[in-house]
Design a protein around this ligand. Structure first.
Ligand SMILES: [Zn+2]
Length: 127
């Protein structure tokens, strides 16, 4: 993979944690829109600790009597956008879906990849 100079500042491990959580990656709020944990999309809340641990999310405000506010790390957001845009396919980088109506979602159809997406993510990616 070519080294993109913009990628150099992506926090260690952020890229793989983003790739491993395509639903949350697709939902990351832009860096200019700080949020409280309670306001974050469910997909992001589910992997919040992992995203924090890998520098995908930064603390921007830590008021004494209120919940902290976070924002998406700009370099990580850029990486997330690259991951989403890659080859006009799914966030995991593959094309092809298996419909899983029973779970109201979709599974990547690529052999060996069991990434799952909700309907909105699929529409965001594939249109
Ligand atoms: Zn896949």
């Amino acid at each position: 993979m070519a080294v993109d100079p913009r990628s150099n500042s992506v926090p260690n491990g952020a890229r793989s944690v983003l790739r491993g959580n395509p639903d949350a990656t697709a939902r990351l709020p832009p860096p200019g829109e700080p949020f409280r944990l309670a306001e974050a999309p469910g997909e992001v809340r589910r992997v919040f600790r992992q995203f924090r641990a890998h520098g995908v999310l930064d603390v921007v405000e830590n008021p004494r009597d209120e919940p902290k506010r976070y924002r998406t790390n700009p370099a990580a957001f850029e990486a997330a956008r690259e991951i989403r845009a890659s080859r006009d396919t799914l966030p995991c980088g593959h094309g092809g879906l298996r419909n899983r109506r029973d779970e109201d979602g979709y599974t990547c159809g690529y052999g060996g990849c069991d990434a799952r997406f909700d309907r909105r993510t699929v529409l965001d990616c594939i249109g």
